[in-house]
Design a protein around this ligand. Sequence first.
Ligand code: PDD
Length: 283
Amino acid sequence: MQKIAYVNGSFVPGEQAMVPVTDRGFLFGDGIYEVTSVIDGRMVDNELHLARLQRSLGEIRIAMPAPLERIREIQHELIRVNDLSEGMVYIQVTRGAAERDFVFPAADVAPSLVMFTQQKNLVGAPSGVKGLKVMTFPDLRWTRRDIKSVNLLAQVIAKQAAAEAGCNEAWMLDGEMVTEGGSSTAYILTANDTIVTRPRSTMTLSGCTCAALQTLIVERGLKLEERPFSLAEAKAAKEAFATSATTLVAAVVEIDGEAIGDGKPGPVATELRRLYVERARAS
Ligand code: PDD
């Protein structure tokens, strides 16, 4: 079946989904994106993703390209026409197409809105079920990592290095400290059974999956501490895991070739993955 995408007001076959070469997302990485997972044909934590889209756009002074209500409608329409049961809906907003100039274009240049779906095995993904192998890599990004910018070069390089080493994810390092995964939030479970992840700041992207999972962690009566943790702490942890819209919750079984715990997905990460999927299916 021909996949349908949405580009600036029109639903078009995927191969005709195009933006001009002068689009500022293409020239400058001057744009924002969001990824919402779809399970059983339904979006998961979508309101959190739409709120973060609005926030990121506000931080770099790009106007919302359409009312939220309309963006939500387009998401539903794309899921419907593409008959998407499991995978993701992608949204990208850029500052629009204009003559190349670093300075913002004139106010009459409209932001560009592109959306498409991608089919992906999420719940049964082997890396999610068997656990992730992680490789560490220096965090080469800018200092506004809270903005979900389409500038992903540092993450592309880190994740490519990880893939070449036979790993599923890169954990990025600021000195000795883990910031986050190339495209996921990082957690450890300490010896005293406390789940540790970074607090909200400009140093990392605040994950929507993380926000939703924190509610489950608290409901479950597990201890949660929001603070940075070091690579040494992660390697010595009882468990480690990662979350994202596409990873859901996945155990980390290895970091830089060293097994975490017994090298198998730990009980806490396994239970949190089960609970998260159960909640997504029930919503
Ligand atoms: N990435 N940290 C980074 C750097 C990310 O790129 C992502 C998401 C996350 C987790 O955020 P969330 O739980 O809201 O998905 C954390 C998406 C999935 C991507 O780039 O494909």
